[in-house]
Ligand binder design. Structure first.
Ligand code: HEM
Length: 448
């Protein structure tokens, strides 16, 4: 069975209908040829953008000369009221310093320290999940938010402030329906950037709550009573170059992006992985066997090989971040075309991961491909769920651990089946979601 893929738009749609489709959903607004093309140019009256699927071009943008392809400030300004000057939106020296402080907190060795907190969040998710038809994205969101609070601040989601942040994020997303990828493409400079009042208010509430958490933490660090978690680690790590640390205010920006980037994305990947298993029962049985033998310590992660491949395959078919945008800092030549300074360069994991010339059986669910030479070679050229190069997702290792573990814990305790008549249609909001959610039937296994 081929997993759900949105219909592409017919070739030759008018510019007006393209823009209309685009605002509704960026995935179904694209023509099918993008699954075969190496590069495609879009000219609209407002911007020029170039979608690159050529692995050599992607390497140039992300790895070889990233400084010549910075993040476009116009694109990220939609998130400014919430994210301030967080590492997700900055460029140049400011961004470099932030990464020097953040990256050590996510190094391999630190993941072992984070494991018990992630395990506890997974066990709580299993205990919370009801039987019967469930909208799994909501459950996964709850679980992923719990993971973030426990690992960052040693607080479970039941904590009063953690709860308040989680709920306010939902409100934030409701008040900002344009928080989809269309909002990430630059508008002409004369379009006023009105952030709705409710969105601004919601962003301010989130930042106030996060501010309380970071201030409390700064006090605990000063008193020598702070737990050894990600927040303490990040707030006490000096920049190895300048010796400076994050102040409390700077830390609020970073916590906001850890929360947003770390929970929406993981929740999306986990939900799609569960849907894929519900619709492929032989694969689900294999995950259940692996999970049943798991011993719940850090070392047992190495035994979850097939489960990890299922999670990788879910990230391939439904990359939570379906597109990334950069801007040319100077004129470039790309595949023989002159690309002007200031052009938008769109890198699309969504198209790359399903590219017909780069993957065998591109739309099929085949977790075993990850153990084949052909699969590994396709992945080297055409697999970017976490981006790559210096701006790669700092949470990639964390997210792989979390996704594999939560998948195993859930499938060990529950059998998941599809709900008749509810095939989720992927749409790109901030992450790739099911248009009307992702519904699954959960039944407790008798001997988990
Ligand atoms: C399945 C889960 C995740 C996926 C698919 C994912 C994917 C990505 C991608 C594609 C980017 C690059 C975006 C761009 O350059 O435009 C990114 C950046 C980022 N991610 Fe993740 N992410 C995940 C989980 C996490 C987690 C758990 C954290 C932290 C706890 C995190 C923190 C960040 C941060 C801070 C950035 C900005 C890095 C920078 O610009 O230098 N992510 N992520």
């Amino acid at each position: 069975m081929i997993p759900p893929k949105p219909a592409s738009r017919p070739d030759g749609a008018s510019l007006f209908s393209y823009l209309r489709l685009f605002r509704r959903d960026i995935l179904s607004a694209q023509p099918a040829r993008l699954y075969r093309a190496w590069m495609a140019a879009f000219r609209t009256p407002f911007f020029r953008s170039y979608l690159c699927n050529d692995p050599a071009l992607i390497r140039r943008v992300l790895q070889d000369r990233p400084a010549d392809f910075p993040k476009s400030q116009r694109i990220t300004e939609g998130l400014a009221p919430l994210l301030g000057r967080s590492v997700f939106v900055t460029n140049g020296e400011e961004w470099l310093r932030q990464r020097r402080i953040i990256d050590p907190a996510f190094e391999g060795g630190r993941m072992r320290a984070a494991f018990p907190a992630i395990l506890a969040a997974g066990q709580a998710a299993v205990a919370r999940l009801p039987e019967g038809a469930v909208e799994i994205e909501a459950a996964a969101s709850h679980a992923a938010a719990d993971v973030i609070f426990r690992t960052l601040f040693s607080l479970p989601i039941e904590d009063r402030v953690a709860q308040a942040v989680f709920h306010e994020f939902r409100t934030y997303q409701r008040t900002q329906p344009i928080l989809n990828l269309a909002a990430f493409l630059p508008l002409p400079a004369w379009v006023p950037r009105l952030h709705r009042r409710a969105t601004r208010r919601s962003a301010a509430t989130i930042r106030r709550l996060i501010g309380q958490m970071t201030e409390a933490r700064a006090t605990a660090i000063a008193a020598g009573t702070a737990p050894d978690d990600l927040a303490t680690r990040i707030m006490t790590t000096p920049d190895p170059v300048t010796g400076s640390r994050f102040g409390t205010a700077e830390m609020v920006d970073q916590v906001a992006i850890f929360f947003l980037a770390g929970h929406e994305t993981s929740a999306s990947a986990l939900s799609w992985a569960l849907y894929l298993l519900a619709s492929h029962s032989a694969a689900q049985d294999r995950v259940a066997v692996e999970a049943a033998a798991m011993t719940e310590d850090f070392a047992s992660l190495a035994t979850l090989r097939f489960t990890r491949d299922v999670f990788r395959e879910a990230l391939r078919l439904y990359p939570p971040v379906p597109m990334m945008v950069r801007e040319t800092a100077k004129p470039e030549e790309m595949r023989g075309r002159a690309v002007p300074k200031g052009a938008q360069i769109v890198l699309s994991p969504w198209h790359l991961h399903r590219h017909e010339r780069l993957w065998a059986n591109p739309d099929g669910f085949d977790p075993d491909r990850w153990q084949t030479e052909a699969g590994k070679s396709s992945a080297r050229d055409a697999y970017l769920p976490f981006s790559s190069g210096p701006r790669v997702c700092p949470g990639a290792g964390f997210a792989m651990l979390e996704g594999t573990l939560l998948l195993a814990l859930l499938v060990r305790s529950f059998r998941f089946d599809v709900v008749e008549g509810r095939v989720p249609v992927p749409v790109a909001h901030l992450t790739v979601r099911g248009k009307d959610g992702i519904w699954l039937k959960a039944s407790r296994r008798s001997n988990p």
